[in-house]
Design a protein around this ligand. Structure first.
Ligand code: 13P
Ligand code: ZN
Length: 313
């Protein structure tokens, strides 16, 4: 009826309604809607969940620890319309293998416990330039700030892992894991010793990290030198311990990388408990047990970790 017998006033009312609708859609597009879109992306949700899981484990006092994810091209395309690129900044090292890559990273000085509540202020997406010498923020850090001070370590580890795994590995995670840190005061800072002692604490360990664990002696964090030392170890291992500081873990996705960190830290907790009860073992998993396990579980355990111990412990 209305479409046939239209009154001039109906037209005005119709137009006004239409205009208002446009306004509503416009304001959604240019304010909240855009932000929601970025935060709704599955990879962003996965990142936030992993950060919160780490916080719940007690590995991220204050601003301790940092997380980075190498974003897939199709994922970047999905959220590209939300980008507002900032100034280019020096990375502090050179990562030419990562030219043009995008990363989701935690912010420097930001608290993991706040990430789930205020992700747009606590994390950011960055783009690496063509030379691999500079980065710029394209999303996030809404109240200012910059990516983690460990960006050189994260990016150098990403570069090594991307190359070593044909692009499969996408996550680098640094956490202040209590028990692993405690062990760096009492065990010799050797890859062989940490790997073997942690393998012995839980049968699943050699299956979860068959390649072993590397150890970086105490170094000043946040710079290129510690990044070079860590990325050197990452050529061989998926885990690097920073003496008296924490751990770095690398992996394909959020589940595998978090699971790796969790397994190593749990094993360290068992070792701390065992050492607290008595300094020696009555029985343990022997080198031959490890060889038998390797056969059945089809993993390769390097012989350098299966040395005979002088005191049998
Ligand atoms: P950021 O807050 O800069 O990420 O530093 C935390 C940290 O753990 C340094 O090693
Ligand atoms: Zn740290």
């Amino acid at each position: 009826m209305r479409s046939i017998f239209r009154m001039p006033s109906d037209d005005v009312a119709g137009d006004a309604l239409g205009a208002r609708r446009f306004l509503i859609i416009d304001s959604l597009l240019y304010s909240g809607e855009e932000k929601m879109k970025f935060l709704d992306a599955e990879f962003v949700q996965g990142f936030i969940r992993m950060a919160d899981d780490g916080w719940k484990q007690g590995w991220h006092e204050r601003n301790g620890g940092n997380l980075s994810y190498r974003v897939k091209k199709e994922e970047a395309d999905l959220v590209r319309e939300s980008f507002t690129p900032k100034e280019w900044q020096p990375i502090g090292t050179e990562v030419s293998g990562l030219s043009g890559e995008y990363f989701l990273v935690t912010g420097s000085g930001k608290y993991f416990r706040n990430i789930i509540l205020k992700p747009e202020e606590s994390i950011c997406m960055i783009e690496v330039d063509e030379k691999g010498e500079n980065y710029r923020i394209v999303w996030g850090m809404e109240k200012g700030g910059r990516p983690t001070s460990e960006l050189p370590s994260h990016l150098m580890n990403h570069e090594v892992k991307m190359l070593e795994t044909g692009g499969k590995y996408r996550v680098i995670y640094h956490a202040h894991t209590t028990n692993v840190i405690a062990l760096t005061f009492v065990l010799p800072l050797k890859d062989e010793v940490f790997t073997r002692e942690l393998w012995e604490m839980a049968t699943e360990c050699p299956v979860v990290f068959p390649g072993g664990i590397g150890v970086v002696p105490w170094m000043v964090p946040g710079g290129r030198d510690i990044a070079v030392a860590t990325s050197r170890l990452m050529k061989e291992y998926d885990v690097a311990i920073w003496a008296h500081h924490g751990m770095f873990a690398a992996g394909e996705d959020f589940d595998l990388t978090f699971g790796l960190m969790h397994t190593v830290e749990k094993s360290a907790e068992i070792l701390v408990k065992m050492l607290s009860m008595r300094p020696d073992k009555l029985q343990t998993i022997t080198p031959q047990n490890f060889r038998d396990l390797a056969k059945d579980f089809k993993v390769t355990l390097p012989e350098k970790f299966l040395y005979e111990k002088q005191d049998g412990n």
